[in-house]
Design a protein around this ligand. Structure first.
Ligand SMILES: Cc1ncc(COP(=O)(O)O)c(C=O)c1O
Length: 396
């Protein structure tokens, strides 16, 4: 884990943190980029070996390259400390395990990321008797009603990554504190540039860094940020014992991604808004889900919490599942694949072919298509969507 150092306070803006925090030139022989410490152990000093104590012992516990990534992300989230993990799911499961005990009760919005849902409802439920109440999440009274004496965590994801539903972070954090309940959030959609949940009293912020933070679709990585006390506890228990530490090379690639995060996100956000507005005008589109649109069903929460948006958009195809599939398979620039947040445009169809009930139980409408607007030219992307809609029209 890394706790922010006094010298980190010199970087006052998100851009300066992204580009330079941790560039300790004197310590790293003038290297413009901090090096990869690709070693498992660090020798300890003896009276004879001339080695100074660096504070590092073993890479599962801490490593200088990982340390720089953790300090950068802690500073971006306004946290005292952060801990990097081998994946987003490793970070999220560690944050959940920090709060739950045997027979704990957890409250979560029904739109959370699928494997997080499975971790709660299958793994923790079957092995440790954890119970979960799913809520819509936008009404704090619904969450108050769901509280039980054994509730130990309110887990949030705002906006969610399939239909971009939001929760009222401040109201929920206040409610949780009133009842001595912990709070954690998956903040991946917003990134630390567009929303900092700790500001509103949320206890732990999780990210998959496999998306915009990495930005190049070449790493799987995760991070948890929060108070020094909580991050220390997570590192000594969940990270050190379960062992899902970040590899130094992964940390180095993450640092490379973070340096350009503000400029990449600006383009994703601008192109995302252009595409979302265009989609709203198309006869093949029934409804668009995008926080940057005035039509977002929770516009009040978007205005209250989000400082910007990105390239992730979903929409309901206005036609048959066969036509929706033809649209997806006819795309040429949007590749068919599950992730998002990289340089490239992608498409998936989470509920195409499902009944409304089936999709509804996952918090989504049927016939939902999700696209990620990458860094390609936005007119080329719109032309691609247009030709694929035309192809889909040919299916009867
Ligand atoms: C919103 C969200 N949270 C968490 C994850 C899990 O991250 P990872 O794949 O790095 O384990 C994903 C991955 O797609 C995601 O989209």
């Amino acid at each position: 884990m890394a706790v922010l150092k006094p010298q980190d306070a010199q970087y006052k803006t998100k851009e300066d943190i992204c580009t330079h925090l941790g560039d300790e030139y004197a310590q790293f022989m003038g290297a413009i980029v901090p090096p990869i410490f690709q070693n498992s152990l660090f020798l300890k000093p003896t009276p004879k070996n001339g080695i100074k104590d660096s504070g590092f012992v073993y890479t599962r516990v801490s490593n200088p390259t990982v340390d720089v990534a953790e300090r950068k992300i802690a500073a971006l989230e306004g946290a005292q400390a952060a801990a990097c993990f081998s994946s987003g799911m490793a970070a999220i499961s560690a944050a959940i395990l920090h709060f739950v005990r045997k027979d704990s009760h957890v409250i979560a919005p029904h739109t959370i990321y699928g494997p997080t849902r499975t971790f709660l409802t299958k793994y923790l439920a079957d092995k440790f008797g954890v119970t979960v109440t799913f809520v819509h999440g936008s009404d704090v009274e619904e969450i108050r009603q769901a509280l039980r004496p054994n509730t130990s965590l309110i887990y949030l994801e705002s906006p969610s990554s399939l239909v971009m539903y939001m929760q009222d972070l401040k109201a929920i954090a206040d409610l949780a504190k009133e009842h001595g309940v912990g709070t954690a959030i998956d903040n991946t959609y917003a990134t630390p540039l567009h929303q900092n949940p700790l500001e509103y009293g949320i206890d732990l912020v999780c990210h998959t860094a496999s998306k915009y933070m990495g930005g190049h679709s070449d790493i799987v990585a995760g991070v948890v940020a929060g108070s020094k006390e909580r991050i220390e506890s997570i590192c000594q228990q969940e990270r050190e014992l379960l062992g899902a530490c970040m590899d130094p090379h992964q940390a180095w690639l993450l640092l490379r991604g973070l340096r350009t995060l503000p400029v990449r996100l600006k383009v994703h956000g601008e192109s995302g808004l252009t595409v979302a507005k265009w989609l709203e005008q198309q006869p093949q589109v029934k409804q668009v889900f995008y926080p940057g649109l005035d039509s977002h069903p929770q516009k009040d929460l978007v205005d209250k919490y989000l400082r910007g948006t990105n390239g992730l958009i979903s929409f309901v195809y206005n036609g048959s599942p066969e036509q929706a599939r033809e649209f997806v398979y006819s795309l040429k620039m949007f590749q068919f694949g599950v992730s998002w947040g990289g340089f490239e445009s992608l498409v998936v169809m989470p509920t195409v072919g499902m009944s409304e009930e089936e999709a509804g139980s996952l918090g989504m409408p049927a016939n939902l298509i999700r696209i990620h607007v990458g860094l390609e030219n936005v007119d080329s992307l719109i032309a691609d969507l247009k030709q694929a809609f035309e192809e889909s029209e040919k299916v009867k």
